[in-house]
Design a binder for this molecule. Structure first.
Ligand SMILES: Cc1cc2nc3c(=O)[nH]c(=O)nc-3n(C[C@H](O)[C@H](O)[C@H](O)COP(=O)(O)O)c2cc1C
Length: 323
């Protein structure tokens, strides 16, 4: 191997390390990275799939898409031009994508800011304040999703009621499913050394808010959602026109792009996916999209209360990269 390809391999591994911070369903981090020749491969880790909550593996793939976007952002900010192939080998369905460095790239200010946001972004389940999200920022989030070949539909105020009812219904459907309750129990009670799962420090107790957040507060764990009520929060739906694995991956890349752009704009943010996991509520949300399309994720953005949100752990790089 010549020096240049060794340097490229190192840069790709560095990007995989940065991508450890990507959000994922129940913080399962359901991916592995492998370097092979000049490529960095992204593999789905099916052993981490939530079989009851996410039977089709959509949330797993969306999570992997978020990791892929994090790696792409890190490489762009580090001055690399890349080629990305999605589902490069139909004979290996677990191989979701591969990345190669193809040349040098002058990073834009925006790329540098997005890369910095990787370390600053956290899912904030507290209720956001009454301060409105500027429409200019909302337009930037829409553009961020479009650049990932997916779309973002800001839910208009008059439809938030529908979203809120859908989230309440999805929660009830989930809670009636012993398989879901088992998975919730497992992934909210992970040993500290695992570096995965949703810790009690990030869970909030249910309060009056337009769209309820997923209840991670088993047996009294979690803390208060704060004194605010999401009055100024905006909800937006990531959607795609197709609904296959590449669409799910693209939706995950768009989810990451929207969350990082919101972080750059100093907004708090949180994904919401229970309404997507339950078929009836996903179909209900699909009907809000007048031009058609498949809902893939919902995000809540807004001005967070003071104090900052709690941080969620990650797995060790050696478990995820070339394991
Ligand atoms: C595909 C996907 C779906 C998610 N769904 C939810 C959700 O329904 N409710 C929620 O509170 N957080 C949700 N999250 C956020 C994860 O729980 C969070 O990313 C994970 O616990 C890691 O924490 P962090 O985002 O603060 O790094 C989701 C994240 C992803 C990528």
């Amino acid at each position: 191997m010549d020096v240049t390809s060794l340097q490229r391999r190192r840069a790709l591994i560095e990007a995989a390390r940065d991508a450890l911070a990507a959000p994922s369903i129940f913080n399962t981090q359901p991916w592995t990275w492998r370097s092979a020749d000049d490529w960095l491969q992204l593999w789905a880790d099916r052993s981490r799939q939530l079989r009851a909550t996410d039977f089709a593996g959509r949330q797993l793939t969306v999570s992997c898409g978020a990791a892929l976007h994090h790696a792409r952002v890190a490489l762009a900010a580090a001055g690399h031009q890349v080629q990305v192939d999605r589902i490069p080998d139909p004979g290996s369905p677990g191989l979701l994508a591969r990345i190669a460095i193809t040349g040098a790239h002058v990073p834009t200010d925006e790329e540098v800011a997005l890369c910095r946001a990787i370390g600053d972004r956290h899912t904030d389940r507290r209720a956001f304040t009454a301060e409105a999200v500027a429409s200019r920022v909302l337009s930037e989030l829409v553009a961020a999703a479009e650049r990932q070949a997916a779309h973002l539909y800001p839910v208009p105020t008059e439809q938030v009621k529908v979203l809120g009812a859908a989230a309440a219904h999805a929660e009830a459907v989930h809670q009636a499913d012993p398989g879901y309750r088992d998975e919730l129990m497992t992934w909210t009670n992970r040993p500290a050394e695992s570096g995965d799962g949703v810790p009690a420090t990030t869970a909030v107790t249910p309060t009056a808010r337009a769209v309820p957040v997923r209840d991670f507060t088993l047996f009294g764990r979690g803390h208060s959602a704060g004194l605010e009520h999401d009055v100024g929060a905006r909800f937006a739906m990531i959607f795609t026109y197709g609904d296959d694995v590449v669409d799910w991956l693209r939706a995950g890349e768009a989810l990451s792009a929207v969350l990082l752009a919101a972080t750059v704009a100093q907004l708090g943010c949180a994904p919401i996916s229970d309404v997507i996991e339950v078929r009836a509520t996903r179909e209900q949300l699909g009907r809000l999209l007048r031009g058609g399309g498949h809902p893939q994720a919902v995000v809540r953005v807004g001005h967070p209360p003071a104090g900052g949100s709690a941080i969620t752990a990650r797995r060790a790089p050696s478990e995820v990269i070339n394991p």
